[in-house]
Structure formats: structure tokens, C-alpha cells
Design a protein around this ligand. Sequence first.
Ligand code: GDP
Ligand code: MG
Length: 438
Amino acid sequence: NLSGRLAGVVKSLRGQARITEANVQDTLRQVRLALLEADVALPVVKDFIEAVKTRALGQEVLTSLSPGQALIGIVHEELTRLMGGENADLNLAATPPAVILMAGLQGSGKTTTSGKLALLLKNRKKKVLLASADVYRPAAIDQLRQLATQVDVSFFEAGDERDPLKIAQAAQDHARKQFYDVLIVDTAGRLAIDEAMMAEIRALHAAVKPVETLFVVDAMQGQDAINVARAFNEALPLTGVILTKLDGDARGGAALSVRHITGKPLKFIGVGEKPTGLEAFHPERMAQRVLGMGDVLSLIEQAQGSVDMAEARKLADKVKKGKDFDLEDFKSQIQQMRKMGGLSALMDKLPGAGQMAPPAGVDDKSVNRLEGIINSMTPQERRKPEIIKASRKRRIAAGAGVQVQEVNKLLKQFEQAQKMMKMMGKGGISKMMRGMKG
Ligand code: GDP
Ligand code: MG
């Protein structure tokens, strides 16, 4: 499966200290294969690989501290972007009742998903009415009625009415009069796309003017799911897509293609037959799942975006060689930490670093002052802090506009940092900076 394949690629990349152009090409070939095998549509794969390649062959990866991680970071970012970037929730901004119209082929999961959405909205304290405009199969109406009972929301009884348009309009009237917040209209589907079916759903759309027109599609259909999505998207103003049956052995490629092909957000995924089997779709989490990794990613991303990698590499090299860590390094370390969102943010994200105490007193507020003090020192003092005695301290304090105690405090903090760096020099830091978990 996709996750397995990509996790393999990720594993082989993690910790790679050197990446060449050939290396990048080879990795992208594997990513490409994994995506194609997972039924991601070909044009989507092409665009995706192109975007990653452009970024990877630029400065970003080749000059980074850990190129393997940087490349994984780019793949993750581009995957997230491919799926729309952020979660798109239901839009219910309409004069009540907000109407949700369900569209899709027969068997895609429209009726089941109608029940799931009703439950979700009921849990959000909405008053929900379910109505079935699937007049061709009596069993379909029963199915929705039973689901309504099961999740305990109202069901619109259409009596003898056999015209889907009239049923939908009557349901809307009823919902308006009874102050329902949301009306979900389930519709009929065919086994394949045909003109009569498209005409009917278009007429329904015109009659009830839904605020959400959700296209429900079965992930097990693989490449076909995308072709059907394209056809519906051309026939109807869809507002979102729901991909069902992702709990089965669907290869999941449709989740990656839908947004790119239709331009419409994937809002939910179906992960089971029960009414609770519906999940909000989060591109970032899906990308993470696909690449098989944890929270470490956000740290890598942050590092990529904000840290001067050449600077960080210099520091890491120095520590590795056991060279003295001086105040100049201390200053650049402070600056890097600030760029990454402060010391506390950094410590939170590093697995295992949570137990490590940060140098006492180095909090996010004091870093400006620390920098100011270091700036008031001569280059010689920065390289050899031990020469800073009373008279030098007074001069530095005056230059930085602080009390002498502040200078003392900084020197203490520096000593602690120096100790920590020596500790990490014994194998800790390179591991830490490479992204921790092997
Ligand atoms: P409709 O014809 O579009 O209304 O499809 P249905 O809602 O009747 O669903 C068709 C079949 O798919 C039923 O057996 C459902 O239980 C099943 N189904 C729907 N959604 C999911 C899902 O997310 N996961 C699984 N495993 N089965 C689903
Ligand atoms: Mg149905």
C-alpha cells in the first residue's frame, strides 16, 4: 500500500548525510511508482513530482544540514498542498434550513453518509431533517428512515409522492416551518453516469438551492473514482467531496487526486459502515499518515523555513570536532532558537529532549538582552570569556545598558550551555539534528 511504500522510501532517506542530484532523481522515481501503484491519477503524479523536483534540486535540499530529512519535508509539504492544504469543513452559512444535497453513483455510499452527516451535525447541536428523493428503489427510502431512527434525527415522510422534485420541495417547506437548521437530501444514483440521472440531480439542485452539494465517491473504484468525479463536477456545482470505504483495502490514491482534478475540497472520509464511521479530512494528517511519520515533521518544516542551515552546520561541525564552544556560538545558537519559535517550542518537539533541562534562565523574553550584552563584548572576549573580569564586566554592562549582575548571569548561562554542548558533542547533537527517531 501507499503508506508502506512511501514509509520505506522515507526510512532509507532518513539520516542520509549526503544527497546528490542522482540521489534525488532515484528517490523521486520510487515516490512516483508508489503513487501510481496507489491509483493516483497520472497527471496528478506528474505535477506532483515536478513540484518536488524543482524544490529539491534547488538550494533547499542540497545545502541543508540533513538533506534526507529536507527532501522528506518537501514531499510532505507538497502532499499536503496537493490535498488542499487545510481541512475544509461543512459550510452551513445559509438562511435555515441549510440544505445539503448528496450526489453520486449507486452504491457509492450516499445514503449511509447522509446518516453519518446527520449524526455529526446532531452532535454539533443542529436540528437535522433527513429526506430521501430516491424514489426508484423503495428499499432506499426504508434504509434512510432506519438510519434516521438509529441516529435519532427526524425523517421526512413523503407519503405517496413519487416525484423527487416535489419530495425535496415539500421537505424544505416542512424544515422551514419546523425550524430545522439543516436538511439533508439523499438522492438516487445509477450504476453509471447517464443523462437522465444528471438532469434529475441538476433539477433537484435548482429546486432546493443547496448550500452544500456533496459528491460521494467510493475509494475502492480507484482510477474510476476520479473519472466519475470529473463528470459530476462538470455537470453540477459541487462544493465538496466525500470519499467512502477508505477503511477497506482501497488504495487511497483517489484521496490524493480529487482536489487536483476537481478543484473541490475533500471534506470527509468514510471509514466504516456504522454512522460513526466518518472523519473530517485533514490534508496534513493524511500526508503524515501516507509518509508514516510522527510529529517530528513539524520541527523539520520549521527548521527548513527559518534556520540558516549553513550556520547550523558550522555549529554542529564545531561540536563534533570538540572545538570550544564560545560566546559567538552561543549568540548564534540563541538566534537560531528564536527563529524556530523559541526554546520552549523547540524542547517540546524533540522526542527525548523534554527531560533535558534548558540552560537556566534562557527564556524567550531574555534573548534580546542576552544578544545585546554579547554585542557589547570585544571579539577577544567572545572567544575567551574567561578573561572577562570585574572591569571588563563594568564596561560591557555600561555598553549594553544593563546591570553588572546581568552580565554575570549571562556568563553563568553560557557556562551551562557550554557544558550541554560538550555533552551533546559525545554523539548527541548530530543525532538530535538529524531528526531524532532513527
Ligand atoms: P448509495 O447507493 O450511494 O446510497 O450507497 P449506500 O449508502 O447504500 O452504501 C452502499 C454500501 O456501502 C452499503 O453496504 C454501505 O454499508 C457501504 N458503505 C458506505 N460507506 C462505507 C464506508 O465508509 N465504509 C464501508 N466499509 N462501507 C461503506
Ligand atoms: Mg442510497
